[in-house]
Design a protein. Structure first.
Length: 147
């Protein structure tokens, strides 16, 4: 797999919804930038509607928008954030992302499956995530964007 992107962001707001079936629901809003890959410089912002389980693991349900010079890309991200045993405020993020866009130059994103891996530090409110294409369509993203 090759690196398709990396982004870094910070939480801008957090709203605790409260107890729900299976945990505590919190909406974490974030804002950041793509720092590596074909989308470098694009703004990334959205909301992670998490469910914190009793064991400290977090179920991720993220809606984000990637704002490029050519137009927006929407991402729907699912996965988990698992706490570090030595530093419970730090979590390892793992999951996948699916995309939607009307921008012709980014059409390959519409059929891409991208694995995400990264970290979040709840004490500092920082997020660092890398995305790597798993699907054949997604592996052509770097070439499609460069064209």
């Amino acid at each position: 797999m090759h690196l398709d992107y990396r982004f870094q962001a910070r939480f801008t707001d957090s709203i605790q919804i409260g107890p729900v079936d299976g945990g505590i629901r919190v909406d974490n809003y974030f804002d950041g930038r793509m720092t590596e890959g074909a989308l470098t410089g694009a703004r990334v912002r959205g909301v992670d509607q998490v469910r914190v389980r009793a064991d400290g693991s977090v179920v991720l349900d993220i809606r984000e928008t990637i704002e490029t010079e050519q137009g927006p890309i929407s991402a729907d991200v699912r996965g988990y954030a698992l706490p570090d045993a030595d530093a419970p405020h730090r979590h390892r993020i793992t999951g996948f992302a699916l995309f939607s866009t009307a921008v012709p130059g980014y059409a390959d994103y519409n059929t891409a499956v991208v694995a995400i891996d990264g970290s979040v530090d709840m004490a500092t409110g920082t997020i660092d995530v890398a995305g790597r294409a798993l699907s054949p369509a997604g592996q052509g993203l770097r070439h499609a964007i460069a064209a």
